[in-house]
Design a binder for this molecule. Structure first.
Ligand code: AMP
Ligand code: MG
Length: 407
């Protein structure tokens, strides 16, 4: 034990390796069909075409009378045109009579326009006298008619591959009668916490114990990336138990994320286990916090051993997992709320490692949060983090920093 990190690699090398692994193992993403009612927030895996014209027939878009526009030409308040009403067409019914010169049909919004008619006169501009209808305003052809196929034509694309299924998109799909859509299958991500000190969060606290927060923060982060988390529980720092847990977990998921036990100290047995049953690819990255990060492969699936410290675990997740998970889920990484603000106080960084420092935004300035990376509340308080390059030792008060949000 007490083994040092033999191959501390820099962030860009780690990214190259991880990127290649993701491509090799998880591309192209799998596709599944889901019911439209379960499709919200999913990513469409193929273009979807409309099986019908929309609207499926020429449809009245006002209540009134279906007429031949030319029968109404020159109609006015003083000089109404008189037409004879031959039918009432309700929404959902089918017109039976054709409109010939001098005739009209009463029609409701949403009902099919009868043959022969090419305009709708709004009921407001008419008056009924028995079956004679007085028309007080002239209509132009296609007035108040939604023409068949004018919304979308049969075989036109309603929604494109890669689209995020939003309420509007789901509305358009169902308007075309679609009930199932092909979407990108969510990656299933197993989450294991390791440590003799860990217990499930509850009302009961035991001396010497710590509530497992990583399982829950990571599960939420996994969901945020469009993947499906599976919390697999807490495992003791025991070689046999942990090995067994990892072996059975890996069968249940596409990617396994563990936290804790990645250092080179006594009780940190993860490396030996991965060595034993798979392959260690990265152990130790030149980053702060999160140096003792371990990335390995078991049975052609990736295992990410995040450091146990809650802040380190989430920062490593953000830096080395989130971009790739987002890409695979079809949710491209967009830092919408990147802000550039002056630093509120001088900040010391560690030379030789890229430093991710948490900041809180207050009074238009970025205030560094100086608690250690075990302090989960520092993360919960933070508005984001700034990235300090590895050759920078001190950032002066007032220097402009770019604040990246976590999620
Ligand atoms: P380790 O990486 O196992 O050396 O753990 C580093 C620190 O993180 C220790 O103080 C652990 O108690 C703490 N820690 C490890 N795992 C968790 C967890 N799942 N939830 C909260 N704290 C943890
Ligand atoms: Mg531990």
């Amino acid at each position: 034990m007490g083994r040092e990190f033999l191959n501390l690699i820099d962030i860009s090398t780690a990214h190259k390796i991880i990127n290649n692994l993701f491509k090799e193992i998880y591309q192209p993403p799998k596709i599944e069909e889901v019911e439209l009612e379960d499709a919200y927030g999913r990513i469409l895996a193929q273009d979807v075409k409309s099986p019908i014209d929309l609207p499926p027939f020429n449809r009245a878009s006002r209540d009134g009378y279906a007429v031949r526009a030319e029968d109404t030409f020159k109609a006015s308040e003083d000089n109404p045109k008189i037409l004879e009403c031959i039918e009432t067409i309700e929404a959902g019914s089918i017109p039976r009579k054709k409109i010939r010169r001098g005739y009209c049909s009463r029609i409701s919004t949403g009902a099919p326009v009868p043959e022969g008619a090419d305009a709708i006169i709004m009921v407001e501009y008419t008056e009924e006298e028995g079956d004679k209808i007085l028309i007080y305003k002239s209509a132009y052809p296609n007035q108040h008619i939604a023409l068949k196929g004018s919304d979308i034509s049969k075989n036109d694309t309603i929604s494109k591959k890669g689209a995020l299924l939003s309420p509007e998109k789901i509305g358009a799909l169902s308007a075309a009668g679609i009930t199932k859509v092909p979407v990108i299958t969510k990656l299933k991500i197993g989450i294991l916490s390791t440590g003799n000190e860990l217990i499930e969060p509850s009302d009961d606290w035991n001396p010497g114990k710590i509530f497992d927060s990583n399982s829950h923060s990571i599960a939420a982060a996994v969901k945020n990336c469009g993947c499906k988390p599976k919390i697999l529980g807490i495992v003791k720092d025991d070689h046999r138990e942990l090995q067994k847990a990892i072996q059975s977990s890996i069968r249940e998921c596409d990617i396994l994320i563990t936290s804790g036990g990645t250092s080179a100290g006594a009780g940190d047995i993860l490396r030996d286990i991965i060595d034993n049953i798979g392959e260690v690819i990265i152990h130790g990255i030149s980053i702060k916090p999160g140096k003792p990060t371990l990335i390995g492969k078991i049975d052609e699936k990736l295992v990410f051993g995040l450091p146990g410290f809650p802040v380190s675990a989430l920062i490593i997740f953000n830096v080395f997992l989130r971009p790739y998970l987002m890409e695979l889920s079809g949710k491209s990484l967009r830092y919408k709320y990147v802000r550039e603000l002056p630093l509120a106080q001088r900040l010391h960084s560690s030379k030789g490692r890229v430093h991710y420092a948490l900041v809180k935004i207050k009074d238009g300035k970025a205030h560094p949060i100086l608690k250690d990376s075990g302090a989960i509340t520092s993360l919960a308080d933070a508005d984001g983090y700034i990235k300090i390059p590895k050759n920078v030792e001190i950032l002066e008060e007032g220097s402009i920093v770019k604040i990246l949000p976590f999620f």
